[in-house]
Design a protein around this ligand. Sequence first.
Ligand code: HEM
Length: 486
Amino acid sequence: MAENRRFTTAAGVPVANNTDIMTAGPRGPALLQDVWLIEKLAHFDREVIPERRMHAKGWGAYGTFTVTHDITRFTRAKIFSEVGKKTDLFTRFSSVAGERGAADAERDIRGFAVKFYTEEGNWDLVGNNTPVFFFRDPLRFPDLNHAIKRDPRTGLRSADNNWDFWSLLPEALHQVTIVMSERGLPKSFRHMHGFGSHTFSMINAANERVWVKFHFRTQQGIQNLTDAEAGEIVKNDRESHGRDLFTAIECGNFPKWTMFIQVMTEEQAKHHRHNPFDLTKVWPRGAYPLIEVGEFELNRNQENYFAEVEQSAFSPANVVPGIGFSPDKMLQARLFSYADAQRYRLGVNFNHIPVNAPKCPFHSYHRDGAMRTDGNLGGTRTYYPNSDDLWANQAAFAEPPMSVDGDGARWDHRVDDDHWEQPGNLFRAMNPAQQEALFGNTARAMGDAADHIKRRHIENCTRADPAYGAGVAAALGLALVAQADE
Ligand code: HEM
């Protein structure tokens, strides 16, 4: 038999028989010494790893980012150092609320996570297909997930829980309006935009900082599904988005997105009429126009779904020199949460899994830990300072100081706030057919939620625009009970 066809245990020992359990006599009970049976079942028993708490259902692909426009005036990041420069990347798209077995074609936000394997380390942009989020305080995040996932008593998804929570958070209306609009149910991952959503920073060679938002605009065009179309698709195919992406790439029909940035100077930020680090708001494009940067193409499917897509680990904390964070409270909390989740989901050495490993040399003093399989730095001294002069700080990459002010406290971010203007603007920018779709989608999604919750949402919509509230009320068959604020 050819060497590569011989069947062995994980320890490389030949398996003599993979079809008959070892028993005492032909009809007798099993023998403990059937170590192959025990190994096979024990491995099987551990084949499931925890799914991501949110964004559990997802699909991935590799690709290439190409710089098309010079932005070195804003950033010294090597990935943007010259026009024409190419960088490899891995992307994972996902839905948010459903579990790993959920159907793809459901009304939900889509995750849009990109890992750029730059020569100065991995840069992860872990965004969504929406430019804003439901709230601006990270203490809300676990509650969001408890509200949109399964009810603790029934184990069922609950419109009542979901809309109770959303309608009690007026700042959620902007995101809720997007999710209930036509764009809340993309036809496929290829037909949606992506957004970094948060405000990030860029730092140039002169060590000057600007605030930045990232946008990926689909070159395939926006295409959406109606609830009815999605219902038909789900009946026949729960994996419609994954199948679409895999098939397109396999056929050489590579999807592309154009990357843009919006830029705000530190001085402009001081005078911006809203908090520029508020994740529930967009920066108006009139004042902060889109600046084209480059494009990325997805052109290679994974060889193994579990190894590459399921074990991929993205984190907003992964930035490279020239790209930095901002005081956005949500971003600040995410800097902790992702690697923390991944240490639990994949183990402390998750960065060694090939899809997550940097493609540039990397030297940290971390050692040991579960599943350390790369030689563990051999005999290298893993303390600092050391007499071997290993590995020195790279002081040239230090960021300029970020000026902050104020007293440390739990500040009430609801003070002086405007929850209604931007969702109202979004509503008014829709044509009548799009507004009708918004009303109908909202009414269907609210389903059997209690009337007082429906009325509370109508009240929120009315504050954004009386016609928005009236439309949702009519679609729900409820009389208008609230008027807009004076
Ligand atoms: C996944 C936390 C807000 C986009 C995750 C995961 C955690 C998490 C723990 C699972 C990570 C893993 O197991 O690998 C949080 C917290 C948030 C927050 C604490 C707010 C305080 C956001 C926002 C966005 C976002 C605002 C988009 C702008 C994503 C995406 C994934 C994800 C795309 C899936 C990444 C992948 O494909 O592996 N989040 N998240 N999250 N989150 Fe968040």
